[in-house]
Write a protein of this length. Structure first.
Lengths: 593, 319
């Protein structure tokens, strides 16, 4: 190649690189690159029912309350609200004062494109729109039959200009909620992404596209959103003062290694740009983290062996601890198998004798199942098996509850079946439902193999796979399945959230997918629901837990453990539990290595 | 009839004939989607939906209307290119296609072009040396390429070039100019080439070997023509029809489905990933827009393939 041609090629290459390189005079923005293992489908708070949407929504919008960054057990703190609510003596009237000087981000929906002050009427509108069928809300159930006059208002056409009896603004900064019955969990619902406050102008201006054009008052504004990532920029109008670590529950013993002290007393958010990468493929997520393309990762279970020195107790390898920050924390949820109690072949039956025999069959199947094997095979031995449905991180968890319901005891199962005259010929043929995947198929085969140890022939269990979660849910709701594995993520740190799985009026298509019907359970549930936190309520929660354990309504439970790693220059505690990503506003970036 | 008039008449006839085809394709796919596709209502609703909530969402989605009314409505929207909004995010389907289609084309075009060219060259070399060591080597490598899982190839390349050597990004699509484009497209292209080259080489080789047995090729040998001349002028021309058809017909599949595996593993916001997510969530407006688009593309492709075959072999009449 001649010298002239070589020079031309070199100059062209330099120009190409120069075209894409930022000017060296500009200060480098602080960027945090987060990963999540799924893709949010919509950024409309009314659709933010899963952790992926919630992670973005709580950073683009404001909720009245949020969880303290570091406090465990989880503890609520005011967010858009100026302080915690005032509650009347009968627990029916809640008064909430809003913070001053909070503005929506600039958007074409506002006159002159300038965001306006957030008012109590915006909160009224944001809750009310859940009851407008056009919203296709995923959160209406949180307030249905709870707030006075809301259903009547919805039936009258859900007109935002029409007053709702039990939900109104006294002035621009004062909101009143009047309940039909005590609802101590109300503040928890107002910390969920579903309750985030939206401006009516923006909803009406963007119409259906509001789900991709969010306009909120949160710490960040959306710069870009597609199937692979969302890019958020710091909201210049956002001002919540400074981070008070002590107030957020900082404990030097627990959090001392995280480098959070450097952020104490400084105004947040601390990063200029927040990139959230959606990487469902575990190998790509892991490789991207190792290559330094993202700053944190939730370690895929199959990589657990590479990062852990010991699984019980969980301890990271020294070289991993030296290179990264690490965290092993249980999910705030659990998985369990449920029976369709509406099927008289295995569930409730009007004939007492058959009902008892059915219960014996369910209990025998529970005894035949081996949770430890499930944990070792599919969760790399990192899950926590516990009896009942109140997970260990919840205050009402009962450590004294016997572990018989989670013990693998095929001999006992066989005896129980024999005592109730179950034989391979008389056992019902049960349909096991699952989403179509190799993983789920393997779980089914393991389940069937365990049942065989109790004398339940393979032919008595047949699988039915569904292409999507929606179809699987439809089949459960339609009573087409007798047995199914479901996951339940707690959106509040309150046992009632788990116990609603068995509340009669919640029967399918509601959360009570098991169609469990027990008037005694329902009576106790309703009594507990109205009680303030305290010994009486805890005792009731535990009693309810025992009822469903005794009735063998389900086979469970197991909470998975999440392993997090993040680079040393990132100062944070990446806890995404309680359906959210509130921690992202407190992430600090130090000098990169 | 002059060739130009013949071509024009052919195109007109093809397009007119495409209307029943489009009607049939859309009718079948619409029927399948409506009756066997996932019901998005359950995924759209929250934890404790009532039967009334379900009915309201079904009504919102138009599922309570008669089938023919829905189908007519869909056809009208397709004809006016008013593709509606996605059911999940609310984004305009037209915007979604405009955003994702170019990404998939930019992502897959280099791999498609390089892979096809390379496969053709290897097939020519193997065919020329058929039965020899080079042929066995190329054939063996093709079989290895065909046997390797696409996912393994992707993970291996990400590990070597992204993590170990650190030459290219492991994933992502932050394209702001030619340099970042090259950075992001290189590993996916390499993966695509490795995954597809085996199949193409085997197919092309078989066609070329067949063509090499022709009398005129033997005559060219007898005249003492060189290998490049024989291959390009006589053998390749002799099997242009199946090769062209294979190449042209693979374009719409690539454009519409993108490469789901590549887009998923490299986190690239292309049409393949968008289609897959729409199928999982039962997002009917997106699925039906893509079905309509693919039907149109196949019609165009068939027309182009026929025209190219006519160019390659003038004996073919554009009947």
């Amino acid at each position: 190649m001649s010298f002239a041609r070589t020079a031309c090629v070199a100059i062209a290459a330099v120009l190409l690189v120069a075209c894409e390189s930022p000017s060296s005079d500009e200060p480098r923005p602080a960027v945090y690159r987060h990963t999540i293992d799924g893709t949010p489908s919509s950024l409309d708070p009314a659709h933010a029912a899963n952790v992926y949407s919630s992670t973005l929504v709580v950073n683009l919008y404001d909720t009245l309350f949020r969880y303290r960054y570091l406090s465990r057990p989880y503890e609520l703190a005011p967010n858009l609200a100026a302080e915690m609510p005032e509650v009347s003596d009968d627990g029916l009237v809640w008064t909430i004062r809003l913070r001053e000087n909070v503005k929506f981000a600039d958007d074409a929906a506002f006159p002159g494109g300038r965001g306006r002050e957030v008012t109590a009427n915006d909160v009224v509108y944001s809750i009310g729109r859940h009851f407008d069928p056009a919203t296709r809300s995923q959160g209406a159930w949180l307030w249905r039959d709870r707030i006075a006059g809301l259903e009547d208002w919805a039936e009258d056409g859900a007109d935002p200009d029409q007053r709702i009896d039990g939900l109104y603004a006294v002035d621009d900064k004062t909101l009143v909620i009047e309940l039909t019955e005590p609802y101590p969990q109300l503040p928890y619902t107002l910390a969920m992404a579903l309750s985030a406050v939206v401006p009516r102008e923006a909803v009406e201006h963007h119409g259906r596209e509001f789900g991709v054009r969010p306009v909120g008052s949160g710490p960040f504004v959306l710069e870009r959103f597609d199937e692979s990532r969302a890019v958020l920029e710091r909201n210049p109008e956002f001002d919540r003062g400074s981070l008070d670590l002590a107030e957020e529950g900082h404990d030097r013993q627990v959090h001392g290694e995280l480098g959070l002290e450097t952020l104490d007393g400084k105004p947040y958010p601390f990063v200029d740009r927040l990139e959230i990468h959606f990487i469902p493929e575990p190998s790509a997520r892991w490789s991207s983290f190792i290559a330094g393309e993202v700053d944190s990762v939730m370690v895929p279970p199959e990589q657990a062996g590479r990062v852990l020195e010991s699984r019980d107790p969980i301890r990271f390898r020294p070289d991993i601890e030296q290179r990264y920050h690490s965290l092993a924390a249980p999910e705030t949820g659990f998985v369990l198998y449920g029976f369709n109690m509406a099927n008289e072949a295995v569930g409730h039956h009007p004939d007492q004798d058959i009902d008892r025999a059915n219960r014996a069959l369910r209990c025998a199947m529970r005894e035949a199942f081996d949770w430890q094997e499930r944990n070792d095979t599919f969760y790399h031995g990192l899950g926590e098996v516990f009896p009942g449905v109140i997970p260990p991180f919840v205050e009402a968890f009962d450590p004294a509850l016997g572990t018989e319901s989670t013990s693998h005891d095929p001999e006992q199962a066989r005896r129980r079946l024999a005592d109730h005259h179950w034989t391979p010929e008389t056992l019902p043929r049960l349909t096991y439902g699952m989403e179509a995947s190799v993983h789920q198929r393997q779980m089914f085969e393991q389940f069937r193999a365990r049942m065989k140890t109790a004398g339940i022939p393979e032919q008595r269990l047949r699988s039915r796979a569904f292409a999507s979660f929606g179809d699987f849910s439809r089949a459960i709701a339609g009573g087409e399945l007798d047995l199914f594995l479901i996951g339940w993520t707690m959106a509040w740190p309150d046992a009632l959230y788990a116990l609603q799985l068995f509340y009669g009026p919640n029967a399918a298509p509601g959360a009570n997918s098991f169609n469990y019907s027990n008037p005694e359970f329902d009576r106790l549930f309703e009594r507990a629901a109205g009680l303030e936190p305290g010994e009486e309520r805890t005792a009731l929660y535990r009693r309810l837990n025992e009822v469903v354990v005794d009735d063998c309504v389900y086979i469970g439970s197991l909470s998975r453990t999440r392993l997090h790693l993040w680079h040393q220059h990132v100062h944070m505690l990446p806890d995404r539990e309680m359906l959210g990503g509130y921690f992202l506003r407190f992430v600090g970036i130090g000098a990169a290595p | 009839m002059t060739p130009r008039v013949e071509v024009l008449r052919f195109i007109t006839r093809k397009l007119a004939g495409a209307l029943p085809l489009l009607f049939g394709v859309t009718l079948i796919s619409f029927t399948l989607t409506v009756h066997f596709g996932p019901d998005p209502a359950y995924a759209m609703l929250g934890k404790n939906p009532t039967a009334t909530d379900l009915a309201a969402v079904h009504s919102e989605l138009g599922q309570d209307q008669p089938f023919w009314l829905r189908y007519t409505h869909y056809l009208r929207r397709l004809a006016t290119l008013d593709l509606g909004h996605t059911e999940t995010s609310g984004e305009k389907v037209r915007d979604l296609l405009a955003r994702t289609l170019p990404v998939s084309v930019l992502l897959l075009a280099p791999g498609f072009l390089i892979g096809t060219t390379l496969a053709l060259l290897l097939a020519m070399v193997a065919a020329w040396h058929r039965g020899g060591r080079i042929d066995r080597l190329v054939t063996g490598m093709s079989v290895v390429g065909m046997s390797l899982s696409f996912v393994i190839i992707i993970i291996g390349l990400q590990g070597v070039f992204g993590v170990w050597l650190g030459w290219f990004p492991v994933r992502g699509w932050e394209v702001t100019g030619p340099v970042s484009y090259l950075a992001h497209v290189t590993i996916p292209t390499l993966a695509f080439v490795l995954a597809s080259i085996g199949y193409n080489t085997r197919f092309f080789r078989a066609m070329l070997v067949n063509a090499m047995n022709a009398d005129h090729v033997r005559t060219a040998h007898a005249y003492g023509a060189g290998p490049i001349g024989i291959m390009c002028r006589h053998v390749l021309r002799g099997c242009l029809l199946p090769i062209t058809t294979r190449i042209v017909y693979s374009v719409p599949t690539l454009v519409i489905s993108g490469s789901l595996l590549i887009e998923s593993h490299f986190s690239i916001p292309g049409i393949g990933r968008a289609t897959y997510q729409a199928m999982l969530s039962g997002d009917q407006p997106v699925i039906m827009a893509i079905v309509g688009l693919s039907a149109v593309l196949f019609v165009v492709t068939a027309t182009v393939a026929d025209l190219l075959c006519r160019l390659a072999d003038p004996r073919i009449r554009l009947a």
